[in-house]
Design a binder for this molecule. Structure first.
Ligand SMILES: CC[C@H](C(=O)O)C(=O)SCCNC(=O)CCNC(=O)[C@H](O)C(C)(C)COP(=O)(O)OP(=O)(O)OC[C@H]1O[C@@H](n2cnc3c(N)ncnc32)[C@H](O)[C@@H]1OP(=O)(O)O
Ligand SMILES: [Co+2]
Length: 147
């Protein structure tokens, strides 16, 4: 499988406004979207970009808060009331080939491949099969980064 860049760090937070204020005012990061809901994923999302250096591309933090108690991040927040690092997302050129690869090496894929917050197909691999890190695999946007 051909691994691409790290697209974002997923960060689960109990309160989106508090988290945005922290990254904007304390960290001086660039809040690049208004918070938006992804009801099908059970989360409210907001993207925060940090600057690159020496001409390299910056990084992105994906702030996530639960839309309701059934949200996949609700359980995480219950165990981590302050919030915390929830997942990491890597890009791949072909999501179908990547899914076959991970299944082929015995990693548990969580649910169907679906459209993620960046508007491209994604799937998740179980943290217990990924050294404790919930791992999102995302197909590289064909027309450059959506956010
Ligand atoms: C898609 C939109 C957006 C995008 O970027 O495009 C997103 O990223 S949305 C992100 C939210 N969606 C998801 O996280 C979907 C995938 N997640 C899941 O399927 C579940 O959350 C799962 C299976 C990771 C955990 O399910 P649940 O919380 O119901 O199970 P447990 O609490 O019993 O956890 C089982 C076991 O795993 C450990 N765990 C849970 N969450 C994480 C995590 N984020 N990172 C690392 N480990 C995690 C938990 O501690 C349990 O371990 P144990 O030793 O048994 O206590
Ligand atoms: Co994500």
């Amino acid at each position: 499988m051909k691994l691409g860049r790290m697209n974002h760090l997923g960060y689960a937070v109990p309160d989106m406004d508090t988290a945005i204020a922290h990254y904007r005012d304390v960290m001086g990061a660039e809040v690049i979207t208004e918070p938006f809901d992804l009801p099908e994923q059970g989360v409210k999302v907001c993207f925060v970009n940090t600057p690159g250096h020496d001409g390299t591309e910056g990084t992105q933090v994906e702030l996530l808060s639960p839309l309701d108690e059934n949200s996949p991040v609700a359980g995480f927040i219950a165990k981590n009331p302050l919030g915390g690092q929830h997942h990491v997302c890597f890009e791949v050129p072909d999501i179908g080939a990547a899914r076959e690869y991970f299944e082929g090496v015995g990693k548990r894929i969580l649910g169907p491949t679906r459209i993620g917050a960046h508007g491209t197909p994604i799937f998740f691999v179980h943290p217990k099969d990924m050294l404790g890190m919930l791992t999102e695999i995302m197909e590289t946007p064909k027309n450059g980064p959506a956010h």
